[in-house]
Design a protein. Structure first.
Length: 141
C-alpha cells in the first residue's frame, strides 16, 4: 500500500546536501532549512539545487536585460517560459556541452549526456528513446 508523503519534508530530505553525500551524489548547495523544497527541479531540464539556481541567476542578470533574484523567486523557472527555457539551455551548455570531451554528434551516447545532467541516471531507458526520437524528428541532430 502506498503511503502519501508530504512533499515539502520529502524534498527537504532528499535534496539536502548532507543526505545526498551519504549516497555518493554531488552537493547542490542546499544547506539551509527548506532549500530542498524551495529549489526543486524546475524548467525543461529540471534545474535543482541552490547552487544551480544561483549560477543561472548570476548568468541571467549579467547577460540579459533581466534583473531578477531567482534565489528569492525560484518559481519563475516554471511560471516564466522564457526564463525556464534559458535556465535549461544554460545548464545544458555548462554541464554537458562544456564537459563532454568532444562535440555532441551522431556518435555521442545518450548515457554520456544523461550522466552530466542526472548523476543517478534516472529514467535512462526513456531518455534513450527520447534521444532516438529527437534524432528522427529534428534535422539539426
Amino acid at each position: 500500500m502506498l503511503v502519501p508523503v508530504s512533499q515539502e519534508p520529502f524534498f527537504n530530505f532528499i535534496y539536502n546536501d548532507d543526505e545526498r553525500m551519504k549516497v555518493g551524489w554531488s552537493p547542490i548547495g542546499n544547506k539551509n532549512a527548506g532549500d530542498g523544497y524551495k529549489f526543486i527541479g524546475r524548467g525543461i531540464i529540471q534545474i535543482t539545487g541552490r547552487d544551480n539556481y544561483k549560477n543561472f541567476s548570476d548568468w541571467l542578470n549579467q547577460n540579459t536585460s533581466f534583473n531578477l533574484d531567482l534565489l528569492q523567486n525560484p518559481e519563475l523557472l516554471n511560471s516564466n517560459k522564457e526564463i525556464g527555457a534559458l535556465a535549461s539551455l544554460c545548464f545544458f551548455k555548462n554541464n554537458v556541452i562544456d564537459k563532454l570531451p568532444n562535440v555532441i554528434n551522431n556518435e555521442t551516447k545518450s548515457i554520456d549526456v544523461t550522466a552530466k545532467i542526472n548523476v543517478a541516471k534516472l529514467e535512462k531507458h526513456q531518455r534513450k528513446k527520447n534521444f532516438l526520437k529527437s534524432q528522427e524528428e529534428i534535422e539539426c541532430l
